[in-house]
Write a protein that binds this ligand. Structure first.
Ligand code: AMP
Length: 192
């Protein structure tokens, strides 16, 4: 059992590094962004609600997001063996909810990997991704808003997890393989 939070700004490489970590550790992957995009693609009621926030670069309200996460944990018993949380939590309230959801299951967050990338590089990466991804939120205006929202609502989580002794800062610039190796090195002592 090992629960890992992959944390960082939009464009910091959470998805890329999570994909590698899944292969390495065999954990269940929950990307809240992917989950919401899947609902948007299927045009579900949740998808329509989610799109009204995502397309503006805003966060989905905490109550709704926490319900979605709890539902995902309940519906997928494999999650009991350990999960990579990619894109969740994004607010202190979500972090507190995650703590109590896992505590109810006799577990906890074991470690948080924080991918740290300078703002100008994030902007460059997101604009480039926007040209390829077709994501409704990868356009310059929305990107700006997502970075602002990140700095205001999500960045404070860094201190929250530093306070819990769980935060591992990783330099998120450079070659993907090198970043992955520094993550593995940082997590070595946190695996049970
Ligand atoms: P991502 O793929 O992680 O960059 O997420 C894309 C968008 O989905 C975000 O900009 C938010 O609008 C929404 N989203 C994803 N995860 C969360 C979350 N934990 N809380 C609130 N909104 C979220």
């Amino acid at each position: 059992m090992y629960n890992l939070v992959v944390f960082g700004a939009p464009g910091s490489g959470k998805g890329t590094q999570s994909a590698r970590l899944i292969d390495e550790y065999g954990l269940y992957h929950i990307s809240t962004g992917e989950l919401l995009r899947d609902h948007i693609a299927r045009d579900t009621e949740l998808g329509r609600i989610a799109d009204s926030y995502i397309s503006k670069g805003q966060l989905i309200p905490d109550d709704l997001m926490i319900d979605i996460l709890e539902h995902t944990l309940n519906e997928n018993p494999e999650t009991a063996n350990g999960v990579i949380f990619d894109g969740f939590p994004r607010t202190i309230e979500q972090a507190k909810a995650l703590k109590s959801m896992l505590a109810k299951r006799g577990s906890k967050v074991h470690a948080v990997v924080g991918l740290e990338v300078p703002d100008e590089e994030l902007m460059d990466r997101l604009v480039k991704r926007g040209a390829e991804s077709g994501r409704s939120d990868d356009n310059p205006e929305t990107i700006n808003n997502r970075l602002k929202v990140y700095n205001a609502q999500t960045a404070p989580l860094r201190d929250y997890y530093v306070g819990e002794g769980k935060y591992h800062a990783i330099k998120g610039s450079g070659a993907i393989d090198d970043i992955f190796n520094s993550i593995k090195e940082a997590l070595r002592d946190t695996r049970e």
